[in-house]
Design a protein around this ligand. Structure first.
Ligand SMILES: [Ca+2]
Ligand SMILES: [Ca+2]
Ligand SMILES: [Ca+2]
Length: 70
């Protein structure tokens, strides 16, 4: 029983650790090479990151994280 409790604690610690990393923006969720902490303004879209080519000046979408249409 004690072994099971230790395993449970280890699992909870791991989950808490992963959650902390996500909350602090240290995870690159979309795999574009940028984390939120590094300036990725949409970590769910791999075409959006600092320095990305802006697809359109008028679509109101911000690909390069410096503001829509800039
Ligand atoms: Ca990213
Ligand atoms: Ca992104
Ligand atoms: Ca922009």
């Amino acid at each position: 029983m004690k072994r099971l409790t230790l395993a449970l604690f280890a699992t909870l610690a791991l989950v808490a650790c992963n959650k902390d990393a996500a909350d602090s923006g240290d995870v690159d969720a979309d795999g574009d090479g940028w984390t939120i902490a590094e300036g990725d303004c949409d970590d769910n879209d791999a075409s959006v990151y600092p320095g990305a080519p802006e697809e359109s000046d008028t679509d109101g979408w911000d690909q390069n994280c410096d503001g829509p249409g800039e």
